[in-house]
Design a protein around this ligand. Sequence first.
Ligand code: NAI
Length: 719
Amino acid sequence: MARYAQVHGSVALITLTNPPVNALSAAVRHGITETVTRALRDPEVKSVVICGENGVFCGGADIREFAKPMGGPPLVPMIAAIEEGDKPVVAAIEGVALGGGLELALGCHYRIAHTKALVGLPEVTLGLLPAAGGTQRLPRLIGIAPALDLITTGRHVAAQQALKLGIVDQVTDQSTVDVAIQFAKQVVGQPLLPRKLSTQPTPCPPDVDILLEEAMTQVKRRARGAIAPVACVMAVRAAATLPYRAGMQKEQELMATLFRSSQAHALQYCFFAQRAVGRWKLSSGAHSGNSKPRPVSKAAVIGLGTMGRGITVALVKAGIAVVAVETSDKQLQMGKQIVSEMLKREAQKRNETPRLDLIRFTTSMLELKDSDLVIEAVFEDMPLKKQVFKELSSVCKADAFLCTNTSGLDVDELAAVTKTPELVVGMHFFAPAHVMKLLEVVCGSRSSPEAVATAMYLGKRLGKVSVAVGNCPGFVGNRMLRPYLEEANFLLEEGATPELVDGALEEFGFAMGVFRMSDLSGLDVGWRIRKESGLTGPDVDPSDPPRRRQGQRYSPLPDLVCEQGRLGQKNGRGWYLYDKPGGRVATPDPKIHQLLEEYRLKHGIRPRRVDRQEVVERCLFALINEGFRILDDGIAAGPEDIDMIYVFGYGWPRHRGGPMFYAGMVGLPKVLERLEHYWQAHPDVPHLEPSALLRRLVDSGSPPIDTWRDFLQRPHSQL
Ligand code: NAI
């Protein structure tokens, strides 16, 4: 796990050997301890180089070991022994030095990095902090402010920037190990003490207290209830205010608390879940391991509205040529202008030239004949989409994949109008499509494994987290959103205000509460859908009482808001009042309060006090309950799929792991008991009736989430 060699007579070369990223497993730590001791003892050895096999220095701790009792030599004394030795040790950083890998490098006296290497302390993203001296050595090396930035965000830093910050001493585009060996020979005999970071004071500006206080305020605001970033600031504060030893003690104490926290478990669960969802499986037995994607070099996007523009930008950013189709010249020119601006902005961020040359804008479908894959993003209207798919089927080449970005319409119905239903699949992006990380790949009943594999792989190329889901109204994400939105409306009827509901959800960790989110998306979107499905407008059954539709409780409140011309952020008025049309500063609006009061009076509802706990339980447990139904129906393959959809597409706080993980953390019996309680109080709300799967799980003793698949009625049936 650590190879030892003596080169040029006097340099000991220690190579970490634990593919793929040379993670610091117990065996690797053991190997390092042994080889370092050997090098320090050998009188022939004058200096040491530590590097990693296969062009990777070290990716950090082995996360799989977190769940087990600690074995092998701990990192802190191992790194201390390297630093305390009397021979210069040089880290030769290729590939990555992340987490424990960078901490190991910080314990070395010098660091040489390859130009393409990345360094960073990403522990915070797993709900932890760098607890092998990272929070104490990095501030001593580069100062408080940059250390705070790196440790509280966990971001990776490229070699050149690491050089500027002072994290590495030299950057090379030659063989890093050779350069490090030469370097190690040259520094023999030079004073080592100034290179031992633990012996150095932390450089502090005179206003360090203010700096730390401001950092804490900023981090708390950004963290949305996550505790690890806050602990990181506390640890860096210790580096600024305490001697090294006491700082290390503080680092260990904070780590002990984080390590046991449910947030760390949730974030580590997300880490593995994100990787697991890429390994999809269909009911036919086809899976990611035996189904090959077909290459896509030419794509097409139909419709350059909100979604089509973002999808085009995402494709171009991945270097894929796009034919972009609109209905009229006017629409085309507008789309072209907006796409160009978006691409320019994106290119500016990355210091690149915008690849406008990759796009062909046209109003003619005939230009699609050599496209490998088409993504339809026209209005959410089934007859229109069917007409588009019919046309695609006749103009595209016979083996072109035909994808739809519908947010919930029946993919099979679209496939049925084409000559190649096996090549039809849903690619459900989220707005803004070039930014949001989620892609739901909707598998129709006739979608071929190759079509699914291609859509999944294309998502990956676009930098998305692709999740395969089954075909049902709303698929996974939007199907679960419906009860969430409805509960929020019901709570308004019963006595809450938009700001109370949003406050509770934002306190839970959502970036935006449900009403602010609806204002942002535009209230007319849902209004149109409700009109089309006969829930409001002229098609409502006249025999329905005012707050019931199609046999269930219904709240017409959102319709009333739209009828008053309040369409959300875009026209400056929605559930809130905005500073200007399109503005982002939301303030509670007395007119909405008045509307709510009049509404309750009109319908004879006596308002009652709704507390934050009820908001969280009713909105989130209703959503979770639908998640259990989705699992049982075989629409999602497992709870991880649902959780990743919510974390990457709906702003669910990652430190709470996703809705299904959260249900497990709360305790399934408690979720069941609260749902039963609310269902009894609201028997006309079917989505509050506890799902059969939830009941089965509770009856089976609430097993851990990784076994829930064994309890599904029809696993993968719709995939
Ligand atoms: P939009 O209304 O912004 O844009 C639709 C565009 O399609 C318009 O520019 C229109 O001119 C064009 N179009 C209509 N018929 C066409 C045809 N026959 N050929 C070429 N272009 C045509 O709509 P938006 O929001 O972009 O939605 C598009 C699709 O994406 C819908 O199915 C929607 O449900 C789905 N979606 C929307 C999301 C959103 O947040 N807006 C999120 C995820 C999916």
